[in-house]
Write a protein that binds this ligand. Structure first.
Ligand SMILES: NC(=O)c1ccc[n+]([C@@H]2O[C@H](COP(=O)([O-])OP(=O)(O)OC[C@H]3O[C@@H](n4cnc5c(N)ncnc54)[C@H](OP(=O)(O)O)[C@@H]3O)[C@@H](O)[C@H]2O)c1
Length: 261
C-alpha cells in the first residue's frame, strides 16, 4: 500500500524537497501551505514525474482552527495519513522589545501551536493503528538561546523537547516521532526572517535537498533526532555547547543574530 505523507510548508524550501523525496519513494501526498499556486505547481510536477496522487490543502497555520480544518477535511475525503511531517515554520529577527506583538504571536502560532495541534490530532489515530511516523522540523537554533531571534530559538527548543518526549512516550507502539535539527539552509527562510545584514545570513548555504533525504531516512528508521546540513566544524561546536559557559554562548548567538550597525 502506498504511504500518504502530510507535509506542512510544502510550498518552498525544505518542505518542497521533502515532498519530492516522498514522491520518489512512490508515496502519495497532502501538501499544506498558504501559497496555493506553488502547491498546484508541485502537485503537477510530482504527479507527472512519479505517478503519485497529490492533494493540495491551502491553509494559514497561524489560525487557531487550521489544524482542525486539515484533520476534518482529510476525514471527509477518506484520506488516511501515514506520515505527518510538521515542517512549516518561520523566523523573525529583531529585539524582543521592538518586534510587534503580532509578529511574535504569528511565529509562535505556526512554529509551536499548529505543530502541537496537528500532532495531537493525528497521533491518537496512529497509536490506534499501531503504525505511523511523525517528523518534526526543529533547528540547531533549538540548542541555545538566541538573542535578536529570541522567540524563534525558544520556539524551536520547544519543538525539540516535545519531539524527544514523544519519541519516548511512543516507544514500542509501532509509531515513531523523529526530530530534525537542520543547520543554515539556502531557502526563503533568511529573507522571510529579515536576516539580511546579520552574520547568520552568511551561513544559510546548505542544500535543503540533502537535509530532506537525511530527515526522511531518519523518520523511516524511527530515529529520535538528527542534526543535518552542518559542516564538521559546526557539528563539533554544537557538541561543545553543554560544556561551555552560557555567557560565551549568548555572546556568540548575539553576534550571529544582531544586525551590524
Ligand atoms: N532555512 C534554514 O536555515 C532553517 C534552519 C533550521 C530549521 N529550519 C526550519 O525548516 C522549516 C522549513 O523552513 P525553510 O527553510 O524551508 O523556509 P521557507 O523556504 O521559508 O519555507 C517555509 C514554509 O513554511 C510555510 N509557512 C510559513 N508560514 C505559514 C503559515 N502561516 N501557514 C502555512 N504555512 C506557512 C511556507 O508556506 P507559505 O508561505 O506558502 O504559507 C513555506 O512553505 C521551518 O520550520 C524552519 O524553521 C530552517
Amino acid at each position: 500500500m502506498r504511504k500518504v505523507a502530510l507535509i506542512t510548508g510544502a510550498s518552498s524550501g525544505l518542505g518542497r524537497e521533502l515532498a519530492r523525496v516522498h514522491a520518489s519513494h512512490g508515496g502519495d501526498l497532502v501538501l499544506v501551505a498558504r501559497r496555493t499556486d506553488r502547491l498546484q505547481e508541485l502537485k503537477e510536477e510530482l504527479e507527472t514525474t512519479h505517478r503519485v496522487e497529490v492533494f493540495v490543502l491551502s491553509q494559514d497555520l497561524s489560525h487557531p482552527t487550521a489544524a482542525r480544518m486539515i484533520y476534518d477535511t482529510l476525514q471527509a475525503e477518506g484520506i488516511q495519513i501515514d506520515y505527518l511531517i510538521n515542517n512549516a515554520g518561520l523566523g523573525g529577527q529583531g529585539s524582543f522589545a521592538e518586534r510587534t506583538m503580532d509578529e511574535d504571536m504569528n511565529l509562535l502560532s505556526v512554529d509551536i501551536i499548529a505543530l502541537t495541534r496537528l500532532t495531537k490530532l493525528f497521533l491518537p489515530d496512529f497509536l490506534k493503528r499501531k503504525s505511523g511516523r511523525i517528523l518534526n522540523v526543529s533547528s540547531t537554533a533549538s540548542l541555545t538561546p538566541g538573542p535578536y531571534q529570541a522567540t524563534y530559538f525558544a520556539a524551536k527548543a520547544y519543538v525539540t523537547s516535545l519531539s524527544e518526549a514523544l519519541w519516548m512516550e511512543t516507544r514500542g507502539t509501532g509509531v515513531t516521532v523523529t526530530c530534525v535539527l537542520p543547520g543554515g539552509l539556502s531557502t526563503e527562510f533568511g529573507a522571510q526572517a529579515g536576516l539580511e545584514g546579520t552574520g547568520l545570513a552568511q551561513a544559510l548555504i546548505q542544500s535543503p535537498y540533502k537535509v530532506a533525504i537525511d530527515s526522511y531516512q531518519a523518520m523511516l528508521r524511527g530515529k529520535r533526532r538528527i542534526i543535518s546540513g552542518v559542516t564538521w566544524s559546526q557539528r563539533l561546536a554544537l557538541k561543545m555547547i553543554p560544556f561551555m559557559p552560557k555567557i560565551l554562548i549568548l555572546v556568540a548567538a548575539l553576534g550571529l543574530n544582531k544586525k551590524e550597525a
